[in-house]
Ligand binder design. Structure first.
Ligand SMILES: [Zn+2]
Length: 486
């Protein structure tokens, strides 16, 4: 188990919003996010379907709105594979290893009739900005640029160099964007970055049971994915007037029922779980704390409790989702075959091969063929999150400086990001979005009425600003106290 103090660094002070190192949100800053939403940079599953001129217009908008970034001798912008963007910001100290901030320019499609406001207008209502991309991920694209532009304006020049990578097809896997950026960095001779921060898990309000404080989840790993096609074609076929005892459809349906009825084993109790629950328990009522801190005894009980809710259940195991089922060709013909697709999101403690073997064991029917489809990949490596992990501690400190009384915990991300394209550059990969969400807000993510509060957006900008300020030191020792030297 990782040795880690579960004490949260309480002595990190929130930055008062009147401080000189707190970027104020004037109408221009909010207006830029509202305008950014208006570019319909939608990624469709079919890459060639998306309107690439929106990406070009969005790029032109960014260069107009952030003039210092786009004119500074310290910053160079390279357009990668026509639409992705790579900024290189030269720091004054060549001794400090550069870091990489990532976000993405594209958004997922909308179902316009389901929205209560137009999704591409950036409408403000009751303190919120509505629009596709306000949570995923234009708030981060603009947040990073606002922070850098502010620093250049203050003539506060970065000491540590940084790269800013904005992919243009993250929502469909990043093969045309982040993949090319990573290749380009390699060609430029960039072999190592100190840490990487990309979009990811968020700040949860009222979602973790027994906890009053918000929880910022910084993901140190990503689940893998396995898509399996199951085929059944050995049952007798023919006319429906003389049916066999079992059809291909019937046999495959039974197999699918077995898979759904038998969730893959809980992985609860891993190092990350232990650390996460130890940190959370400090903030929980004493009675609950007793259970959570004695996992050796109450682990199975806690695992059962967590698995009652699909959102938390998916954190502790490899999930099984039946996504497609096809069979039959005619109403009076016994189906010559039946096919189903099952998608697993693989827990970091398991592998593609292991899950495939488990599936075969659960189905227990030699007649059914299993075929792995192309889009399968192993879970990511786990990034360090102990006290000496510079990137993790820097992100954690920045969260506390800007968001105040939040509990920061390491977590595993269930979805996937562009980070896997950059895995050769560093062991220190973190996935975190400074977005505050309640349980209800989770449905807005890739859903309808996506929005961010103006207050939250202001904190988003300041989060990236503090990441940049904190990154300018050699080590984090001494920066925990905000009054120190930031
Ligand atoms: Zn995203």
């Amino acid at each position: 188990m990782v040795i880690l103090s579960t004490e949260q660094p309480q002595h990190v002070q929130q930055v008062p919003s009147i401080n000189t190192d707190f970027i104020q949100a004037d109408d221009h800053l909010i207006g830029r996010l509202q305008n950014a939403v208006q570019f319909q940079t939608i990624s469709y599953t079919d890459y060639f379907r998306s309107n690439k001129s929106e990406l070009i217009r969005f790029r032109e908008f960014l260069s107009k709105e952030y003039p210092l970034i786009h004119s500074s001798v310290l910053v160079s912008l390279e357009v990668i594979n026509e639409y992705s963007l790579l900024y290189t910001v030269k720091g004054s100290s060549s001794h400090l290893t550069p870091y990489l901030l990532c976000a993405h320019l594209d958004v997922v499609p909308v179902e316009e009739s389901m929205w209560s406001v137009p999704p591409f207008q950036g409408i403000e209502d009751d303190g919120f900005i509505y629009g596709r991309g306000t949570m995923d991920d234009k708030q981060s694209v603009l947040g990073i640029l606002e922070a850098l532009e502010f620093r250049l304006k203050q003539n506060d020049l970065p000491k540590r160099s940084l790269y800013i990578a904005f992919g243009h097809d993250e929502e469909i896997g990043g093969k045309k964007g982040a993949h090319y950026i990573a290749e380009h960095l390699k060609k430029k001779g960039v072999t190592e970055v100190e840490f990487l921060l990309d979009e990811g898990t968020m700040i949860l309000h009222g979602i973790v049971p027994f906890l009053n404080k918000p929880v910022a989840m910084v993901s140190i790993a990503e689940k893998g994915s396995l898509t399996v096609e199951l085929t059944m074609d050995s049952a007798p076929t023919g006319h429906s007037s003389i049916p066999p005892k079992e059809t291909n459809i019937g046999a495959l349906a039974k197999a699918i029922c077995r898979l759904e009825g038998c969730p893959l084993p809980s992985q609860f109790g891993s190092d990350v779980d232990k650390v996460m629950y130890q940190i959370l328990s400090v903030e929980m009522p004493v009675a609950v704390r007793f259970f959570v801190t004695n996992l050796w005894l109450f682990g199975p009980l806690l695992s059962w409790f967590i698995s009652r809710n699909p959102e938390t259940d998916s954190l502790i195991r490899t999930t099984t989702a039946v996504t497609m089922f096809n069979g039959g060709i005619k109403t009076n013909v016994i189906a010559p075959n039946a096919k189903a697709i099952v998608n697993h999101r693989i827990h970091p403690l398991q592998s593609v091969q292991e899950i495939l073997e488990l599936d075969k064991k659960i189905v227990n029917d030699k007649r059914i063929k299993f075929n792995i489809l192309g889009e399968s990949f192993e879970p990511s490596r786990q990034s360090p999150y102990d006290e000496s992990a510079f990137g993790y501690q820097l992100i954690s400190t920045s969260i506390k400086q800007v968001f105040g009384q939040v509990v920061v915990v390491p977590a595993t991300m269930m979805a996937n990001t562009d980070t896997r394209h950059y895995s050769n550059l560093t062991q220190n990969i973190y996935r975190f979005c400074p977005t505050e969400v309640t349980r209800k807000d989770l449905a807005r993510f890739h859903g309808n009425d996506e929005r961010i509060s103006i207050l939250n957006y202001r904190k988003t900008v300041n989060f990236y600003y503090h990441v940049m300020l904190n990154a300018d030191v050699v080590s984090l020792k001494g920066t925990h106290d905000h009054s120190h030297e930031l």
